[in-house]
Design a protein around this ligand. Structure first.
Ligand code: NAD
Length: 335
């Protein structure tokens, strides 16, 4: 299979591209290597592709309409994994247009590329943030999600609606995956697991929002990559078997699916910090802060639909995943 992975220099994209290449797929990885966080880390991730002649990296921007049309026309991808996005909740307050450009226009360019290029399945990243606040636990894709609390979440929710329209209008098989706080080796410097580890190792205080009363359904990156492949291998079909995954939105017979993909183990933030302390052998100095706008107090994925349809389930606990992340961090940054 010839597979496009957008965001291939990113945290999850790199892991996904490696998995696909390791099993023999031909992978084209697209990324603009932007400076939202350290481009050096993105380039280092690309170094992991050495030894895989079946991964080709194309430096380009998904917002470039003509460039995307040309790429899809020239390459004729069988399947597409779309992970490039402007991520992050707080950055949206200072850089709102980055979200509109990459997450809306860029996503539209991917949909158009799939439509005209004849791709047989698009899998794209959505996010647990679409659930907003006050959501019943565990979060289910059957719940209505009309009140995103951040611009990032709003664009991810828009992606789900756009994907449905393309599935309906053009019979494009498309699967959305709502990721729940992903962590692990090669992780993102703007996210709490990375920030906490860096500061705890440097002996610097960490800011703990909502006085540590947050709980997050932390998901290990290997589990996410396994889930992406499991979903990718089963193209959405207008088969009654697939309905019910999200009855709230699956009102047509479009080949459209939507799943949560998470560890299904909501972990209190203080326990997560405790796991980092144990793995680093250092005590965290915590500065307690109030809840930040755009944040939700807790997340918890109901993943039974994805398990039912693909056999996937998360297997890595926080107690197993954090030591692996800390070991990678120390080796990579020589700390
Ligand atoms: P990441 O920022 O590490 O990866 C995204 C990659 O996309 C980056 O390498 C970036 O350079 C690239 N990119 C951004 N804008 C681009 C553009 N306009 N053109 C081309 N490339 C561009 O993020 P990640 O954590 O790997 O996230 C992957 C996907 O999963 C994103 O869609 C993100 O919103 C989603 N997601 C991630 C998490 C998480 O916990 N990491 C949770 C929910 C959803």
């Amino acid at each position: 299979m010839k597979i496009l992975v957008t965001g291939a220099a990113g945290f999850i994209g790199c892991e996904t591209a490696l998995r696909l290449a390791a099993r023999g797929d031909e992978v084209v990885g697209l990324d603009n290597l932007n400076a939202y966080y350290d481009p050096g880390l993105k380039r280092a991730r690309l170094g992991r592709f050495a030894g895989f002649p079946n991964i080709r990296i194309v430096e380009g921007d998904i917002v470039d309409r003509d460039g995307m049309a040309a790429l899809f026309a020239a390459e004729r991808f069988d399947r597409v994994v779309h992970l490039a996005a402007q991520a992050g909740v707080r950055y949206g307050q200072t850089h709102p247009h980055a979200y509109a450009d990459t997450n809306l226009t860029g996503f539209l360019n991917v949909l158009e590329g799939c439509r005209h290029g004849g791709a047989e399945h698009l899998v794209y990243a959505s996010s647990s943030s679409v659930y907003g606040g006050n959501t019943a636990m565990p979060f289910s894709t059957a719940q209505a999600t009309n009140h995103p609390l951040s611009l990032y979440a709003a664009t991810k929710l828009a992606n789900e609606a756009m994907a449905h329209s393309y599935a309906h209008l053009y019979r494009l098989p498309v699967t959305g995956l709502r990721f729940f706080t992903v962590y692990g080796p090669w992780g993102r410097p703007d996210m709490a697991p990375f920030l906490f580890t860096r500061k705890i190792l440097a002996g610097e205080p960490i800011e703990v929002f909502n006085h540590g009363r947050h709980a997050r359904d932390f998901t290990y990156v290997d589990d996410i990559a396994t889930g992406i492949l499991a979903a990718l291998d089963r193209p959405a079909a207008p088969d009654p078997e697939w309905r019910g995954a999200a009855p709230a939105m699956a009102s047509s017979d479009a080949p459209w699916r939507l799943y949560n993909i998470g560890g299904s183990q909501p972990t209190p933030l203080l326990d997560f910090i405790g796991a980092i302390e144990a793995a680093t052998g250092r005590k965290a100095e915590m500065i307690m802060r109030s809840m930040q706008p755009g944040d939700v107090p807790a997340t918890f994925a109901e993943t039974e639909p994805l398990t039912r349809d693909t056999g996937w389930r998360a297997t890595t606990t926080v107690a197993e995943g954090i030591p692996r992340f800390v070991a990678w961090f120390r080796e990579f940054y020589r700390l």
